[in-house]
Design a binder for this molecule. Structure first.
Ligand code: HEC
Length: 193
């Protein structure tokens, strides 16, 4: 009597030939693995898309907040105010202290995320840098730095991520870049501001 398909693949699994017995789990394993890999790829792709969207969204919002709250001092394109690197600029006790650039020409990228965030939230009692704790939410401050960092070349982003102000400086700094007086390696250990 010919075996039914149901007998062969289902209830009567023991009765199928050795050959079939070997192939069946292999094929099932293959399909399961392919489904898992495919599913993981779809999930990962979706995750990356979501993260890219969040980054782009954060940077766009950040650009808006930057224009409203920071550009007057740090410049509409992050370029800072004239004379920001002049000697003694850090000792002017709240007087005429020019705001430094926040792009590659400045040195904000030498400080870690926490230092940048806290300096913006708390401001500085020694300089015209205002505290934004009552004006901006934490999220809005992070969005501003998502925007600021989106303007740094990848080499500076890597340098900043590594969090080591003593590391070799990136090779592609602007040609006229020098350390500002308050920010030589060792003056800002650990990236504090
Ligand atoms: C009234 C002018 C003024 C405004 C407005 C202002 N800043 Fe500043 N900021 C300064 C000055 C001056 C300094 C330099 C002295 C210091 O570090 O406190 C500074 C320093 C900084 C630094 C440290 C940079 C470095 O390289 O060490 C960061 C970061 C910063 N500001 C972020 C911001 C952000 C973000 C905003 C807007 C939410 C903002 N600032 C608005 C004047 C300003």
């Amino acid at each position: 009597m010919p075996r039914s398909t149901r007998t062969e693949y289902g209830v009567g699994l023991n009765a199928v030939s050795e050959h079939r017995k070997d192939r069946f789990p292999t094929r099932r394993g293959f399909v399961t693995a392919a489904a898992l890999i495919g599913g993981a790829a779809v999930l990962l792709g979706g995750y990356r898309l979501a993260m890219d969207w969040l980054d782009a969204h954060g940077a766009r919002e950040g650009a808006r907040h930057y224009a409203a709250h920071c550009a007057a001092c740090h410049g509409p394109t992050l370029g800072g105010q004239n004379g920001w690197q002049s000697a003694g600029w850090q000792n002017q006790d709240g007087g005429d202290w020019p705001a430094p650039p926040l792009d590659a020409a400045g040195h904000a990228w030498m400080h870690d995320d926490g230092a940048l965030f806290l300096h913006t939230k708390n401001g500085s009692a020694r300089s015209p840098m205002p505290a934004f704790a009552d004006t901006l939410s934490d999220n809005e401050i992070w969005q501003i730095f998502a925007y600021v960092k989106s303007r740094w070349p990848e080499s500076l982003r890597e340098f900043q991520r590594a969090g080591d102000p003593y590391a070799d400086l990136p090779a592609d700094l602007p040609s006229d870049w020098t350390y500002p007086p308050a920010c030589e390696p060792g003056a800002a250990p650990g990236g504090a501001l």
